[in-house]
Design a protein around this ligand. Structure first.
Ligand code: FAQ
Length: 321
């Protein structure tokens, strides 16, 4: 009986903190569903950052100048850092990073659909910065106000870096658009291939999103998938005009009544297929991640052996003293 009352008081305190826009911290009591939802979302987010290194990493050796190579290398390294902050945030919820990595490489946890598309030309690198980082910013800036402290704080730094990434992508595309006809065609081709997948990054339509309602009530998510997708479209249309590219949607137009852009129907069959593993690069991405994990085993073994040796030495030192 006493336990039930305590639990109820804790639940009330949790609800009151969330309602007052306070932060839930790792040692605070939280409903089991809240913990599970956070682990699912943050792990998926961390996996996306790590798998997301592959499409761009593909171009590091082929970037056309030392300057472009240095920029791309720094960006891909930033994505690794984002993955690490996010895995650290999940560890505050009582899960182990190794376990999450195993779930990713066994396909028991998801990562963003967007990283299952190939990067065919160097223009794709600019378009990923502009559109994919652009969508990531739209989706992630509100997560800086997420109710879970470690996630919200990790997002502040991640968003600053993503904004920088988006600008570098736009700058790369402006350079290509000021080049030859062939370069402009390369940019348009990349925009044509990445536009629809970037809209899918926001997740299923609100009516088909099983997690949104509860995640909004817990203030993990601050907006619905469709709200953020609309915000992204409205933000991107003027940028496309400034760049001089066409977004590949004949139904895209300003709706004066809604004060927002209307846009065409998303191919949800494609989205479902990609999420289930049948996208153009799913098998390749996971095989690469698995090989990197297995190839890194000796580093983890060496680090553990070193830590064990240090501990033995410390203990021996304590005994001698
Ligand atoms: N791909 O009920 P909802 C980046 C899953 S990072 C694959 O709406 P929720 C940086 C969803 O997990 C990009 N799966 O789910 C970068 C759920 O699965 P489950 C990643 C998707 O969580 C840039 C099911 O469908 N960003 O780009 C996708 O409320 C450049 C039902 O969906 C984040 O992870 C998808 N697109 O809303 C790196 C941001 N969408 O487990 C390198 C944080 C949905 O129930 C280069 N996450 N699913 O079977 C979020 O904001 C949310 O988790 C959503 C999904 C909005 C992604």
């Amino acid at each position: 009986m006493a336990v039930d009352r305590d639990e109820q008081e804790l639940a009330e305190a949790f609800d009151a903190t969330v309602a007052a826009e306070g932060r839930i911290e790792p040692r605070d009591w939280m409903p089991e569903g809240y913990r599970k939802t956070l682990i699912r979302q943050i792990a998926q987010h961390a996996h996306s950052e790590i798998i997301g290194m592959q499409p761009e990493g593909n171009w590091i050796l082929r970037a056309p100048s030392l300057r472009r190579k240095a920029i791309l290398l720094a960006k891909v390294q930033d994505e690794a850092g984002h993955g690490l902050y996010l895995y650290s945030a999940t560890e505050t919820l009582g899960v182990d990073r190794t376990e999450l990595t195993e779930k990713l490489i066994d396909s028991r946890q998801k990562y963003s659909s967007i990283f299952n598309y190939p990067t065919l030309t160097f223009a794709d690198i600019g378009v990923i910065g502009w559109l994919v980082d652009g969508a990531a910013i739209c989706n992630q800036v509100p997560l800086c106000r997420s109710s879970y402290g470690p996630y919200a704080r990790a997002m502040v730094r991640i968003c600053k870096e993503e904004s920088f990434h988006q600008r570098q992508g736009f700058e790369l595309l402006m350079t290509l658009m000021a080049g030859t006809d062939a370069q402009r065609e390369m940019v348009q081709d990349a925009v044509d291939r990445w536009w629809w997948p970037s809209l899918m990054m926001f997740g299923p339509a609100d009516g088909d999103s099983p997690n949104t309602q509860q995640s909004m009530a817990w203030r993990i998510k601050r907006h619905t998938n469709d709200e953020l997708r609309q915000r992204y479209v409205d933000m991107t249309v003027p940028q496309a005009a400034a760049l001089g590219v066409t977004l590949p949607d004949p139904e895209l137009r300003w709706n004066d009544e809604r004060r927002a852009h209307d846009f065409g129907a998303i191919d949800w069959d494609e989205f479902t297929a990609v999420v289930k593993g049948a996208g153009p690069c799913n098998a390749q991405r996971l095989a690469h991640r698995r090989a990197a994990h297995e190839g890194g085993q000796w580093v983890r073994d060496a680090a553990s052996a070193y830590a064990a040796k240090q501990q033995t030495r410390r203990q021996e030192g304590e005994v001698a003293a």
